[in-house]
Every structure is written in C-alpha cells, then in structure tokens.
Write a protein that binds this ligand. Structure first.
Ligand SMILES: *Cc1c(COP(=O)(O)O)cnc(C)c1O
Length: 365
C-alpha cells in the first residue's frame, strides 16, 4: 500500500464545485484586491476566533512581522520565542530588527515550557511569542501570567493551530494579537499564499492593515513606511468556502490522531502527550524515536511517507550563525530535531490506510 504524507485530493474533490463558484464570483466581478470577499472572510474568521477584528495579509510570516512592527518592536528589543518551531517565528523577530531569545520546549508536548520563560526575561524583553506547534495549544495560563507580571506583549503564532482549544477557548484569543497562515498545507489553507492576524484592539488592527497596505490609512496618504502584504480577493473567496468545513476537517484529523494514540504500541516510540483541557487540531502528528532515521527508511520501504518537523533547529541554521548559539546549548530542541518523525495525516485518510500505518509502525524491529 502507498500512503502519502499528505494529500489534498479527497478534500479538493469534495469542495471543487464550491471553489469553482467562488472563483467565478470574483472573476465575474473583475475586482481582485481589497474588496467584498476580503471583508466577508475577515468578518467570518474574526467570529470563528471569537475576536473582534481580522486583517488579511499576504502570508503567515507577514502576519507575524506586521504584528511585531505594529507593537513598535524594533532594534534593541528582545522577543521570547520557542527553540522548537518553524523558522518563520524567528524570522519575524529579526525582520522587525529585534533579537529572538529561545526558550526550550516541554519535550512531551513539543511546545514552549512556561517554567523556563522567566529566567530569559531581561530589561530589553518586549514580548513573548508562543507557538501552538503541530496544532497543540501551548500552556497559555502561565504564559499570560508571566506576560502580565513583566508587562510583555503576547503575539500568538497560530499558523498550525486554526481552531485548537485551550480550556475551551480558541487559540489566538489569549494574547494581544495572533497570526495565522493559510499556506495550502495548513489546517485552513488557501490555494496559494495567504495569512491573517486577529485581535480585539481596534488601533492595532488599523495599524496592521495600514502597514500591509504601503503604510496608507487613506488612499495616497502614507503614515508609515509600510509594505505590500494584503489578502487578495480570490484567496479570500476560497478561504470562505474552506472555513465552513474547518471544524469538520479538524474532527477528521482528531479521529486519525486518536487511533494513532490508542493503537501505536512500541517500546522505542514515544507518542505526543496531550494536556488535559486542550483540544489539539493535529496539524502534525509527531512521534519520537531514538532510531528515527531507521524508522523513516523502514516506513518508506513499506510505502509510507513521513516527514520531519524540523530536522535542523533554528539556532543551528546557517542564517542564524550570528546569534552565536553553540551546539548543545538548547539540548531539547536538538533532541526533537534528531528524534521527531511526523506520521501521515490528511483529510480523507481511509480506515485501511490508518490501520496499515499503525500495523507497520508496530512491527518496526
Ligand atoms: C507556516 C508557518 C508560519 C508562516 O506561514 P507562511 O504563510 O508560510 O508565511 C509561521 N509560523 C509557523 C509555526 C508556521 O508553521
């Protein structure tokens, strides 16, 4: 049996008529940037997140960067980020001119360990950026307490966690502002690049919108040296269609994850730990195994494609050599990069496919 790591086919077959209708609607109107589709999607997505405002952006990285810039985070400032995350989290901080300060994760959940944040706070610290990685909500209660105590902004990176719940509250509704990516492979994906921020602060929403629109608050009036990062009408129309199915599709991922959690039994494999009172959306189902590369090869031979998130931790990437963080300084992030393996996970995965993955993993010798 051949199992891809991920595929869009079952989802796209199902949504094809609605997506085509969305395309025709925009094409017939011949209006492609800043219009009614954008407004409709922003309204719907803000409501979905239980937030007042949503501002569409060109992608998730820009959503993060514009959030930091709107909060006046700049050169000389430090921002706390997890050591185990996708590189975009750190890039947003350095694009804003600030320094990313890495905090190690709780190895059980792969997410930032709140008990290790305070020791990294200095007089230059301006914000914390928790990342709800792999679709698992961070432990937000202690994060928010620390932020309050030290008066730090909280920017949630929700790029992998659309719809995840922490204590029955949606991720993205805890901090000052939250950034989402709608990269096609994300739980809520466009048919191209797209992103958004959500916030309940009107001034912040207005500033982010202006920053992403050439710094303009009114046509040909430029109050900031902004950039061009807007959500275009076609993607906003597609996203409206896909948002209607997000919860149902997340439930499907949960069904797959629950089977993996219950039925993968192997003495050398550690399954992800789910904090009680959270509902992850399983963007990625990451297991850990000391013989990860052997497991990967074995599964590949059996026709099962897997992936690694992420094989090189950020502080060991060439582009961040200047941070001068030596190997061994962030051992948990390094251990995850050496042991994590992501299992196949996609909407439309059949019972037979799930069973085959479980059985094959369990037979690993
Ligand atoms: C995908 C992702 C981003 C960036 O989103 P893009 O739309 O690809 O720019 C940021 N943070 C995390 C954790 C991501 O997974």
């Amino acid at each position: 049996m051949k199992i891809p790591f991920a595929t869009f086919i079952p989802m796209e077959r199902e949504l094809e008529p609605d997506l085509k209708e969305a395309f025709h609607r925009v094409f017939t109107r011949s209006h492609y940037i800043e219009g009614i589709e954008d407004q409709k999607f922003e309204k719907a997505f803000a409501a979905y997140c239980n937030m007042e405002f949503c501002v569409g952006t060109g992608n998730g990285l820009d959503a993060l960067t514009l959030s930091l810039k709107a909060l006046d985070i700049q050169k000389g400032d430090e921002v706390i980020v997890p050591s185990n995350t996708y590189i975009a989290t750190a890039l947003a901080v350095t694009y804003a001119g600030a320094v990313p300060v890495f905090v190690e994760p709780d190895i059980r959940t792969f997410n930032i360990d709140p008990s290790k944040i305070e020791e990294k706070i200095t007089s230059a610290t301006k914000a914390i950026m928790p990342v709800h990685l792999y679709g698992q909500p961070c432990d937000m209660e202690p994060v928010m307490e620390i932020a309050k105590k030290y008066r730090l902004y909280v920017i949630e990176d929700c790029a992998q966690a659309h719809g995840a719940l922490y204590k029955e509250k949606k991720v993205g509704s805890f901090g000052d502002v939250a950034a989402f990516s709608f990269y096609p492979g994300k739980n809520l994906g466009a048919l191209g690049d797209a992103g958004a921020v959500v916030t309940s602060h009107k001034k912040l929403a207005d500033k982010i919108r202006a920053l992403g629109n050439y710094g303009s608050d009114y046509k040909y009036h430029h109050i900031y040296q902004g950039c061009n990062s807007r959500l275009d009408e076609i993607q906003a129309a597609f996203l409206q269609v896909k948002l209607l199915h997000l919860d149902r599709m997340n439930t499907e991922r949960k069904r797959i994850a629950d089977r993996y959690l219950k039925e993968i039994h192997h003495s050398e494999i550690v399954l992800p730990y789910v904090f009680p009172e959270t509902e992850p959306v399983w963007h990625i189902f990451g297991i850990r195994c000391k013989r990860r590369n052997e497991l990967e090869e074995y599964l590949a031979k059996k026709g099962i494609k897997t992936n690694k998130h992420y094989p090189i931790p950020i502080h060991r990437q060439k582009c961040y050599e200047d941070l001068g963080i030596p190997e061994g300084r962030l051992p948990i992030a390094e251990e995850i990069s050496e042991t994590e393996l992501s299992m196949p996970m996609y909407y439309g995965m059949t019972e037979n496919e799930i069973q085959y993955v479980i059985d094959t993993v369990n037979y690993f010798k």
